[in-house]
Design a protein around this ligand. Sequence first.
Ligand code: SF4
Ligand code: SF4
Length: 468
Amino acid sequence: MKLFTFPKGGIHPHEHKDTAASGLKSLDLPDTVYVPMVQHIGAPALPVVQVGDKVKVGTLIGKEQGHISAPIHSPVSGTVTKIDTILDASGIRRPAVIIKREGDEWEPAIVRNFDLVSARNFTPDEIVQKIHDGGLVGKGGATFPTRVKYMVPPGKMVDTLLINGVECEPYLTSDHELMLDRPEEVILGADLLRYTLGTKLAVICIEANKPDAIALLQKKVRDMGLEAPADYLKKHLSGKGETAQTNPDRSGYIAVVALKVKYPQGAEKQLIRAVLGREVPSGKLPLDVGVIVNNVATAHSAYKIIQKNKPMVERIVTIAGEGVKKPGNYKIRTGMSLRDVLTAVDGLPEGDCKILLGGPMMGKAVSNLDVPVTKGTSGILVLPAEKASRNDIGPCIRCASCIKACPMGLEPYLLEKLVELKRLDDAQSHAIRDCVECGSCSFVCPSNRPLLDMIRLGKAQLLKAAKK
Ligand code: SF4
Ligand code: SF4
């Protein structure tokens, strides 16, 4: 089996995928949910409910504001008790709707059975509207509103849809679990998104450390009559494919390809380079090379929204780390606080620990257990203090390991120094903005230099200056 990969940089941290294929579990519903109006990149949604209002699961409680925004739906049925601000994972107070749960009553339009619906009953424009109304955002962590991705500007052509099932972050296995648990729904979601774009091919990309998911999805794609012929696939992957203009009936195929295990292969630019051999130029987007990338869980949610009217109110979250007593993949309603989640899996470990939202490479450490699960929460990682503490920082010994590890071809040691010296213009001319914040440079540095921290600081300062 051919294994795709990107050529520049990359590392192979310990995988820690202990929760893989352990079966999907559910948690008891929380008594109260804290639903942030910002669960996406862009403007916060505006609450459209009042204290005392009764809501059901799926009731619209926040309306999008502006072009880059997304609506928010209630994850439980009950009574709105407060409209307030709560802390998010970054420690910033955000507007939120607080709901006391009563029972589990769903909006009647939501179809809750698992019967597969493969008929395409909507036009591409109707699908874009539906995924907007369902509050769909990227579930791989970026939380970019999906509707905006699918509003391809005039003059741009998309010829390939990549469905990202790479999940290269250590510990995280929620996408893996989803592919094993709901393969047909993932495939149908990918096909609906492909149809919406009008491309002939959608490629589901999975790293080789998930052979069960690769084999299962390949078989299901074959059984569903969607498999791309081998000669077509070969031709498409080595050149440009059909767009909505050259594929007017919007028919098409799904392919499932395997990738070598390498971090950060799930980053959009690395994935595009690995599978299609295309370089996204500095400062440009996947769209500029004819590609749209969606996470495998986003494709699954698209299916649920389009075919079952089910908005984004729950997701699969990996709960893992040496500090967790009952690790696994859990289906969790958004708005459930980390305190309630961790209590439901038998509590926090004794002593100090570090809690991360996401994986150890790109996840965010949280300082408050009142932070809720949101649409973008793929994992909750609990690490005992001794595993999470940083080693002493030494001087840079010019070993160039950080340069070799950087998948973007940057010079991390130099960027760190330029930020430290406040030479932000020079950092910009050395492409600091191209950093995808994968943390590979910090991971390999023998002197434990805080490379990514300084690069993030420099990027934030540049952004602030640009806004001014
Ligand atoms: S964090 Fe940025 S600079 Fe460091 S390896 Fe990743 S892309 Fe390169
Ligand atoms: S890896 Fe660390 S020690 Fe080596 S060049 Fe980069 S910053 Fe310096």
